[in-house]
Design a protein around this ligand. Structure first.
Ligand code: NAP
Length: 307
């Protein structure tokens, strides 16, 4: 069966696009991907989404988004898209070995955590190295952990980790934080958090069995290196937009985010729309992602009507 709309990705952008396109009787099919609900499912309290004065847990919020979309007839598959052919119409999407056809596609594949690129980082991922404090913080009860980064994520992860860890050290490559003032203040006020400025992680020492034992840090001002004992290291250095499956068929900006036409979600391919973090390198908020998901559904609806 040829679909009118296939939505790839299930964060606030994808599921809002699903709500709107379902309510427009377009019976959207949503491929939820490897992280159903998107990045908010690996966060704890969401305090800045309007309508939740007491905050809401990220996973609970995304369950609500999904239920709302399903109520209007969106079909959500917990499958990951393997390949997409957008060179001719109908567009083709492959997932779980099956081929799907669609008149339009809404891309909301989001972004993934950036890593430092150290060999040991990959090797010890899940054994002392993590990119998600919410997922792994629990394993560091009364331990000493490091958080790398100087943005809001680093502040948030460090603050969150103090619920478990005995000591949290933020390692930042500059002497000034990129994070918002309120987040920095919250972290600095926490007695369990300390900061190492002008420092970069050169290596992570440990084994799969022992976990992380220490890290090698370079002070970039004095050019000296030192070994720092810790039990875990959390990467919080930003994200990379998830565009690999589109295999260079879409126009991307210099940082790899999908380019959309001004004031719209149209990509360079007619009938393909992009919303959320995969096309937003500036705001990256749940509420802005949801807003752009709504835009994508309305753009797709209008475009389909004109075909
Ligand atoms: P970000 O703002 O891009 O910050 C990334 C941080 O990591 C920067 O401090 C950067 O250093 C550092 N970094 C990047 N690559 C590095 C490398 N290879 N080695 C060492 N350090 C590196 O990313 P983010 O913190 O993930 O935040 C992304 C967006 O989400 C922001 O708009 C943020 O406001 C938002 N956010 C909001 C909340 C909240 O409101 N609750 C929570 C999390 C995130 P430099 O500063 O030197 O570039």
């Amino acid at each position: 069966m040829k679909r009118k709309v296939i939505i790839i990705g299930s964060g606030p952008a994808g599921l809002t696009a699903a709500i709107y396109s379902a309510r427009a009787n377009l019976s959207p099919l949503v491929f939820e991907g490897i992280q159903p609900g998107g990045q908010l499912t690996i966060t704890t309290d969401v305090e800045n989404y309007p309508g939740f004065p007491d905050g809401v847990m990220g996973p609970d919020m995304m369950d609500k988004f999904r239920k709302q979309a399903q109520r209007f007839g969106a079909e959500c598959l917990f499958q990951t898209v393997e390949k997409v052919d957008m060179s001719k119409k109908p567009f083709l999407v492959w997932a779980n070995g099956e081929k799907y056809e669609s008149e339009s596609i809404i891309i909301s594949t989001g972004a993934s955590a950036k890593l430092l690129g150290l060999d040991a980082e990959k090797e010890l991922m899940g054994n002392g190295v993590s990119a998600c404090a919410t997922c792994d913080g629990f394993f560091y009860k009364d331990k000493k952990v490091v958080v790398v980064g100087g943005g809001d994520s680093a502040m948030e992860e460090a603050t969150f980790l103090t619920k478990f860890a005995s000591e949290v050290i933020i390692i930042h490559r500059r002497d000034e934080f990129r994070a918002s003032k309120i987040m920095v203040e919250r972290a600095l006020k926490n007695p369990k958090i300390s900061i190492k400025y002008n420092s970069i992680v050169k290596n992570i020492i440990g084994t799969k069995d022992s976990g992380v034992e220490s890290i090698e840090i370079e002070d970039i001002k004095s050019k000296t290196t030192s070994i720092f004992k810790c039990d875990g290291i959390f990467m919080a250095i930003g994200h990379i937009p998830n565009t690999k499956i589109f295999n260079n068929s879409l126009s991307l900006d210099e940082n790899g985010y999908i380019k959309t036409m001004p004031d719209s979600t149209h990509t360079n391919i007619a009938g393909v729309f992009a919303c959320g973090d995969v096309q937003d390198s500036i705001y990256k908020q749940a509420v802005t992602a949801a807003g752009s998901g709504c835009m994508a559904a309305l753009d797709a609806e209008k475009w389909l009507e004109n075909q």
